[in-house]
Design a protein around this ligand. Structure first.
Ligand SMILES: *Cc1c(COP(=O)(O)O)cnc(C)c1O
Length: 378
């Protein structure tokens, strides 16, 4: 196996799910987003661990992600969060995925194909209350719910919205979020006033799970919290979750360089004194963003060492000082749970992004290794 690997601490994933479930009102369902290969952690293994920890629903982004889980034997309900194209409708029905619906034309098409295939399809009506991404206008929700109720081959299993700024503690964002929730409440009431059951109502992402317990409704959909990061720096102390992914590699070469010697492309760093350089076989083609240097460090043993010079496609270099005890083949940790050194949050700060993009970016070239009881029972 390659030196560079992502260790997935399923015990932390299950711990995080436990912490979140403890805070939810009794009876609230949990939907675990496993889109984008479970934020880079591996959708199938995360799905199984999440279901064993009490998740009721899984959520994917594309129809293909849902099919992959079905083909691997997952039978739990799978909500598809992005809108499909009409050609994907037969696949959604065949693999028993649960689509979001947002307009009358699609509801009609879905109903027709369901009828042809002789199946009854559960759908969730998505309402746009301020994200301006997908969803019907709140004022249209009751009308569309009625249309779904009239389709013999569709069932309105749920009604959902998505919050645009639930992870912010700025007063104007709090007011905006409360406005989104008020619009959602009103739409739910209008659906009920038509004599239609809106099914499982859901709105809460990680930000809302931290900050708006009243927005749990029938189900919550926290993603990043389950993977061990707060949804924003504003909410960094909200729930003490533990990072699930640890990225490590090994020192593959050590060389002495003299003061004045430059390291890596374009000679952006020059050794101020005689020192030793350790080379690591990990680079931006693995997802270690090039803009993390200068600034990032790695942990070897119990000490942190700076990455010097530009991160290359497949390798990077670390200054281990003039009198190193580091040895060739030693493990170097790039990020992970305590006490691994930096976390994906630190790296996100350095690269002016969010932890989501750091873990999603660790690509398929990096093998995943699973730890925890869950991994032993696999
Ligand atoms: C990705 C996603 C979530 C989870 O968001 P987090 O910020 O990771 O908690 C919830 N709902 C929808 C619709 C999403 O697309």
């Amino acid at each position: 196996m390659r030196a560079t690997r992502a260790i997935i601490h399923l015990e932390n994933l299950q711990y995080n799910i436990g912490l979140i479930r403890e805070r939810l009102p009794k009876g609230t369902k949990l939907c675990v987003p496993v889109k984008a290969d479970a934020y880079g952690h591996g959708a199938l293994r995360v799905a199984v661990a999440a279901i064993r920890s009490g998740a009721h629903f899984l959520a994917v982004a594309s129809v293909q992600e849902g099919i992959d889980l079905r083909e691997a034997g997952i039978v739990a309900p799978i909500l598809s969060l992005s809108l499909p194209i009409p050609e994907e409708i037969p696949l959604i029905i065949e693999h028993e995925l649960t689509p979001l619906v947002v307009d009358g034309e699609f509801i009609h098409q879905l109903g027709e194909v369901a009828k042809l295939m002789g199946k009854k399809v559960p759908v969730h009506l998505k309402i746009d209350t301020g994200m301006s991404r997908i969803g019907c206008a709140p004022g249209q929700a009751a009308f569309l719910a009625k249309q779904i109720a009239q389709e013999k081959h569709l069932v309105l299993e749920g009604t959902a919205t998505h919050l645009a700024a639930a992870d912010s503690t700025a007063p104007q964002d709090i007011a905006f979020t409360r406005g989104q929730l008020a619009q959602f409440d009103r739409a739910l009431e209008e659906i009920r006033n038509e004599g239609i059951d809106p099914g499982i109502a859901h709105a809460a992402n990680s930000g809302a799970v931290c900050q708006y317990p009243e927005a749990a409704y029938g189900m919550v959909r926290p993603g990043i919290l389950i993977y061990g990061y707060p949804p924003s720096e504003d909410l960094k102390d909200c729930i003490p979750v533990k990072p699930v992914m640890e990225l490590e590699t090994r020192v593959v070469a050590i060389k002495k360089i003299e003061a004045g010697t430059a390291v890596s492309y374009n000679r952006t760093w020059t050794a101020p004194e005689d020192t030793y350089i350790a080379t690591l076989p990990v680079g931006y083609a693995d997802g270690l963003l090039r803009r993390l240097s200068p600034g990032m460090s790695v942990r070897i043993g119990d000490k942190r060492f700076p990455v010097v010079g530009r991160i290359c496609m497949d390798q990077c270099m670390v200054d281990i000082g003039p009198d190193p005890w580091v040895q060739r083949w030693d493990v170097a940790t790039i990020f992970g749970p305590e006490p691994c050194g930096e976390s994906a949050r630190d790296l996100a700060g350095l690269a002016d992004t969010i932890p989501y993009e750091i873990t999603c970016g660790i690509n398929r070239r990096v093998p995943r290794v699973y730890l925890g009881d869950e991994a032993r029972n696999w």
